[in-house]
Structure formats: structure tokens, C-alpha cells
Design a protein around this ligand. Structure first.
Ligand code: GLV
Ligand code: MN
Ligand code: MN
Length: 426
């Protein structure tokens, strides 16, 4: 295997520039999808893609797509990740995979390596949950998983996704029509930070992802009765807030019942939200995650029961909706074993991993063979400003990404060709 070393300094300076394209009024690094900052982030990524020599376009769903034409044409290897963040997020989630993929393009061109396959880089639109109850929006549009119900979903102000998309330059009809032709894509790879503590704990450099977690999002709306907090006896109240609080605790205890299972109630709202008023309404939005579909189905059933019980015993009405029902996704063995072999040959220590985070790769896996490469997260922190990965930990991930592309290109074509001199050590 020829050694081609990524230029870490390029990655660092691009990471630093992206970190300036954020909402400075929010904590951490905030570049939420459907914001002006997200548009700026995807524009910047497109500029880098063009500078790297890719032919770029933006599809109907806001995904930035860049192509490095291959020698044979007609077949593609796709790499991608996202540049949007959660509110108060970090600098590395998604961005590592985008900048890493662009670095792979530069390394191929600088080393005069022409793949047989077209190499397609995608910056997916809106990977993180938006205010309309969806995540991995761009990859879902590419794989045909969006419809008019998606467009009709509303945020808390009653605005629909169809109304919000044009502000990001996305036409709702084009959004519905953004399916990608995956019949020509032989493999998809996503480089990502681990976002958890396992690699660091084990002292390993590379995570080879075997399964991406299933994710089930719920929204529970409780309707009780607004009353005076001082004069209304406890036994005649219909306190929507208490029913919601009981449901939050049920999420926690259900999640504690499995292996690698998680439950989070990340959004809760009481109305009218006054210290001396019994809540008339309450909403809880949250999620379960886990590696087994059967556990997730059982968790859904148990939480729906718990919400009903918490509501019934207080004379509160509840409406429970499961807004996302993504099953766990096993990644494809030929790709994961190639990543593992490549890591071994490069001398990078590795571990097989379960991903507790969701990824566009999990959506794309329905359409083509997918692999994910993880690099360590400092202290396992992510979705927070402290999210951090050393450059020295990222560079091996880019090396594995590049060499996996070369290996996959060779496995299904006649192999990458060097136009002049071949791959060099740098
Ligand atoms: C995406 O970052 C998720 O796992 O929620
Ligand atoms: Mn994330
Ligand atoms: Mn991510």
C-alpha cells in the first residue's frame, strides 16, 4: 500500500474557517439547518469542493454534490457527511467527514491517481433534528423517503416545512423530486467522530462501525385544566405538567432496561408556564435508541402505556405520536472488512463499534453498501461546545478513508491508475 499522508494543516484551517460561520448569539458553534449560517456553511464547503477540482451542483433538497470523474464512468463511490450542527454544538460532528472527503479528492489529484469510479462527495442538507420533527432530511430526500406529509409538518409557531424551505433556496416541489440514482453507486463511506468515549477508553485509533442505532422519536401532547395553584386542591387537578413529568421519568427507566439502549426527553414545555398556575398543556419530545428493533418496538409500547397511565390518573388527555421510526442499520460486511483490513495495513489500531449516534450513512444504507470510519472524541463529548478531536487523531481517519476508496475502486473496477509516477509518499 503506497503511503499518502493527508495534509492536516489544510483540514485545520478549513475547520477554523467553518467555525466562524456560526450564529454568534448562540453558545458553542451553532449552524442549525434552515438558518442563514447553514447556507453559509454549505456554500463554503461547495467552494472548497470546487477548489479541489470537483464539478459541483446543489440538488433539489439542498444537498451539495461534487463529482470527480473516473476513468470508466457510469459507476460511483460516494463519500459524505454534514455541516449543520445542533444548537450549542461543536466543530467536528459531520464537518470531519466533509473536510476529510474533500482532502481525499485533493490527495488523489495531487498524486495523479485517477479512479475507475466517479468519486462523488455529498454535503447532506439538514442531518440534525430540525424544528419540524425530522433529521437526515437531505439523505432521506435522495433516497425517496420524503413526501407531502414531510412538507406539511409544522414547527411550534405553526409554520410548515414547505414554507420554511424556500428561505434556504429549496423549492418544495424540487425537494420531493430529489431522488438520487443509487443504481450506479457501488459504495458509500462516511468518516465521522465517534461522539462517545469507547475509542479513547480502549486506546484505539479507528472505529469500524458495524451497526448504526435505531432511533424512534416521540411527541406527547398532554391536555389538562388550567387552575389556580394555591386554591385548587391536589385531588381535583388535571395537571398536564405532572403527567408530562411522569412520562419523562418513564423514558429514563425504560431506557435503563436494555443493553446499549438510550432514552432522552430533550424537549419539554409547560403552558401557560407560570409559577402559580396549574399547567393546562404540556408537551414532551424525546427519543429511544438501541441496536435492536425488537427492543425499540417494546420501548414504544411501554412508553405509550406509561404516558396513558400518567395522563389517566390525573384526568389529563394525551396524544402520543411516534414521529420517526428508524430501525437499527447493520452496515455492509464487505465494506466494513475492507475498512478493517486497510486500518491494519496502515498500522492504525482499530475496534469494531456500535454507533449510538444517527448518521446519513444509515439512510443511504438502504440503497447501497455502506461503511463508516470513526475517529476518537476527546472525553467522549459531542453535541456540546467541548466536542474535540485532535488533528493527530483525524489524520489516520482520512488515511483510512482514502485507502478504502482505492481498495474499493480496485475491487470492482480494474483499479486506480496513476497517470504519472504513481502514488507518492508525502
Ligand atoms: C445525530 O447527530 C444524532 O445522533 O442525533
Ligand atoms: Mn450530530
Ligand atoms: Mn453527525
Amino acid at each position: 500500500m503506497s503511503t499518502i499522508t493527508p495534509v492536516g494543516q489544510r483540514f485545520s484551517s478549513e475547520l477554523t474557517t467553518l467555525a466562524t460561520l456560526v450564529d454568534s448569539e448562540r453558545p458553542g458553534w451553532t449552524r442549525r439547518a434552515l438558518s442563514e449560517f447553514d447556507i453559509a456553511g454549505r456554500d463554503y464547503a461547495r467552494t472548497l469542493m470546487k477548489q479541489a477540482g470537483l464539478q459541483t451542483r446543489v440538488d433539489g433538497a439542498g444537498n451539495v454534490i461534487g463529482v470527480l470523474p473516473g476513468r470508466l464512468g457510469g459507476r460511483e463511490i460516494m463519500l459524505g457527511s454534514h455541516t449543520d450542527t445542533v444548537d450549542g454544538g461543536g466543530r467536528f460532528d459531520g464537518i470531519t467527514g466533509v473536510l476529510g472527503a474533500i482532502e481525499v479528492v485533493r490527495l488523489l489529484r495531487e498524486n495523479d491517481i485517477r479512479l475507475d469510479h466517479d468519486l462523488v462527495i455529498v454535503v447532506f442538507f439538514n442531518e440534525e433534528p430540525n424544528d419540524f420533527g425530522f433529521f437526515c432530511v437531505g439523505s432521506r430526500a435522495m433516497t425517496g423517503l420524503v413526501d407531502r406529509t414531510t412538507l406539511a409538518a409544522t414547527d411550534t409557531s405553526g409554520r410548515s416545512l414547505a414554507e420554511a424551505l424556500p428561505d434556504s433556496g429549496i423549492d418544495p416541489e424540487a425537494f420531493l423530486d430529489a431522488r438520487y440514482d443509487f443504481s450506479k453507486v457501488t459504495a458509500f463511506l462516511e468518516l465521522h467522530i465517534e461522539q462517545g468515549p469507547e475509542l479513547e477508553r480502549m486506546g484505539r485509533q479507528i472505529g469500524v462501525v458495524e451497526t448504526i442505532t435505531g432511533i424512534n422519536h416521540f411527541k406527547a401532547l398532554f391536555t389538562g385544566r388550567q387552575d389556580h395553584a394555591g386554591t385548587t386542591p391536589m385531588d381535583v387537578r388535571a395537571d398536564a405538567g405532572c403527567a408530562a413529568a411522569g412520562t419523562v421519568l418513564a423514558v429514563e427507566s425504560i431506557a435503563e432496561s436494555g443493553t446499549n439502549t438510550r432514552g432522552t426527553s430533550g424537549q419539554i414545555q409547560f403552558t401557560p408556564e407560570a409559577v402559580n398556575v396549574v399547567s393546562a398543556n404540556a408537551s414532551v419530545e424525546g427519543e429511544f435508541r438501541g441496536p435492536e428493533g425488537s427492543w425499540l418496538n417494546e420501548a414504544q409500547r411501554r412508553l405509550t402505556d406509561a404516558a396513558n397511565q400518567n395522563a389517566d390518573k390525573r384526568g389529563v388527555h394525551v396524544e402520543m405520536e411516534w414521529t420517526t421510526d428508524d430501525a437499527p442499520v447493520p452496515l455492509h460486511e464487505p465494506i466494513t472488512s475492507t475498512i478493517a483490513e486497510v486500518a491494519d495495513e496502515l498500522g492504525h489500531s482499530r475496534a469494531t463499534m456500535f454507533s449510538g449516534a444517527g448518521h446519513d450513512a444509515g439512510i443511504i444504507a438502504a440503497k447501497t453498501q455502506v461503511g463508516m470510519i470513526f475517529v476518537p472524541s476527546h472525553d467522549g463529548r459531542s453535541h456540546c461546545p467541548e466536542e474535540f478531536t485532535e488533528l493527530d487523531d483525524i489524520v489516520p481517519g482520512i488515511e483510512v478513508l482514502l485507502q478504502t476508496v482505492l481498495r474499493l475502486d480496485g475491487a470492482t473496477g480494474s483499479g486506480a491508475t496513476a497517470r504519472s509516477g504513481g502514488a507518492q509518499s508525502r
